[in-house]
Design a protein around this ligand. Sequence first.
Ligand SMILES: O=C(O)C1=C[C@@H](OP(=O)(O)O)[C@@H](O)[C@H](O)C1
Ligand SMILES: C=C(OP(=O)(O)O)C(=O)O
Length: 752
Amino acid sequence: MAVTSEEHTASDSMPVIGKLVVVGLGLIGGSLAMGLRQRHACREAIGVVRRPDAGRKAIELGVVDRVVDDLSAVAPELGEGDVIFIAVPTLAVESVLAAIRDQVSPAVTITDGASVKGSVRSAAESVYGQSPAQLVLGHPIAGSERSGVTASNPDLYENHRVILTPLPETGAVHLERVRALWQAVGAEVLDMSVEEHDQVLGATSHLPHAIAYSLVDTLAEDIGNPNIFRYAAGGFRDFTRIASSDPVMWHDIMKANRGAVLDSLDLFIDNLTRLRAAIDREDSEYLLGVFTRAKAARDHFTNILAKRAFIPAMTTGKIDYLLQPGGAVTGTIRVPGDKSISHRSIMLGSLADGVTEVEGFLEGEDALATLQAFRDMGVVIEGPSEGRVKIHGVGLHGLKAPKKPLYIGNSGTTIRLMSGILAGQAFDSEISGDESLAKRPMDRVANPLREMGAVVDTAEGGRPPLKIKGGQALNGIDYELPMASAQVKSCVLLAGLYAQGTTRVTEPAPTRDHTERMLTGFGYEVKKDGAVAELTGGGHLTATKIEVPADISSATFFMVAASIAPGSDLTLTHVGINPTRVGVINILKAMGADLTLSNERTVGGEPVADIRVRYAPLKGIHIPEDQVPLAIDEFPALFIAAACAEGETVLTGAEELRVKESDRIQAMADGLTTFGIAAKPTPDGIVIQGGTMGGGEVETHHDHRIAMSFAIAALRATQPIRVKDATNVATSFPTFVELAKQTGISLEVIDH
Ligand SMILES: O=C(O)C1=C[C@@H](OP(=O)(O)O)[C@@H](O)[C@H](O)C1
Ligand SMILES: C=C(OP(=O)(O)O)C(=O)O
């Protein structure tokens, strides 16, 4: 049989391969053939189909150009550049390979789509002696419960992943040809070892299929009610869709990946048995633990696949901001919760006895990273949902060893504060983060912790990851902070909770005191005397309620925006005005800004107020050094205020800015220079001459505050501004874009 399609498409683009021969024209094989044909990416697509009706259908639907009923009918015409795609059930691959060996030239590329790779490698070895160079093992992750040639879909692989598992024997030309073929139909191609593939797919694909088939079979066969499916609703439908998949294919997969599937099934059965016992004893804590952890994991499973552990990404790709020049900001807004306080609420709530309820929690990536790290150490945390979080504290000694290294993304506060807590645990731990965090100094916490008796390893140059050995007896110390850092102060105090005796820290200048305040709120005595804070180990924390004020560091972007843009009148509500955080208000006022505070009150031990900001002409100042630690995160935005002020602004004593998420002095100087502003970096600060800002493209170096600062600059720019890579704004201010637009900033998000 040789039937030819009527529908021949003239090729105007270069095909990436010659002929494609698909053995097995089901969903997987048919979709590849159809996708390549429609994109003119192969010169001809030929199906090897035994059943004539299926062959006719394939041609009618435009899946292939022609069909043959046996490989032998096409083998002699194949050569270099042509590809055979084996898309038959897993256990049938061996007989196809045997036919290929006898008939097909070694120049032809062979690949497959089977869901198990170890069994295909064994098949190749038993047929060829050793896997031939022309064979590239692959697996498109795009299956569905639909099967057969009629399910072929030319766009099936768009944005799907294809895993290739090259062997040492695999020829580079063949591998790259197969990669190009999948990329031509829109797939993202990843390489993995055979073993890793089978283990990962055993858990994420083969196990769920086994469970779905078993569940439906249980309902159909074992629960003796004939009407059972009539009352089955969404839960049943969503969970069991995959039990409609092709039984022969799944039979083969279970046998071919027997070992890995059994490992996963054993883990699952064990977990299910524990869940059963918890339901039996009505153990709410256990049930909520499983369900909240599972919900978080399910909500973010794309990130888990991308190996970002459980850290949720607010955006999937990189984004830029495009801003139009001019405008003013008006209205009344509340910015999200304070990042520093949100981190600490999770940490102390987890270590407390009892349930802590938090309101106003910042649902940004940094604070969520802290939350996930404590979940990874066995703490049951409900939420966050609209800023509400409920933490089922485990007590100071109730954390459990995490199953894998803790990954905390971009958050310096998390790694530094947690290292103090981890130093006091009975278990070993490792904590790491993203590219920007990997450059930040950690010796500042490792050194005092070592003095207390902790065993802490850093990577080269005192950078993350940190490896902390458990089971060490800590002693209290009297520590003089070498730099004004609330993170270091907090780290030492938190380790002090686990230390024998008294831990005392003396700071060279006042820094944010949220740790001290919150410890007091949890009933732990902290003595404060000027620059000294001290506590004694061995006490306990009692759960409490926490209301997180709006973050003054996030409010800063809007305070500066309103101050620089004529016609602005903006009110920011419920902003935290802890005296150790108000440097920005003091500095802006000294520059001539029109800021009024009203409705001042205290919530949960932290002072808050509404802040009204109206446009006023600013003047350059020499920023008093005592304000530096009180405004440490606000300088990028303040530099924009300086650029719009009349005269010169000088900052000194701020070398810490060079070791934040980026070197904030250099990053801002570069951007301001692009805008046409004279900005001269110094080792510990900057000198900025106010002037007229043009516009242009600026880099953020993965730093959220740099991105938001350049965005507000547009209000006084004369040309559009493109802020390149504003993705990390989600770490501290996930609603920035929404609020910027709402108040009148012309901001467009460009996703790429
Ligand atoms: O303790 C905290 O929550 C923070 C302290 C500051 O860091 P340093 O302690 O390094 O100054 C600050 O920059 C950071 O955003 C948050
Ligand atoms: C420095 C900052 O945060 P962290 O140190 O937690 O990364 C910041 O938010 O500006």
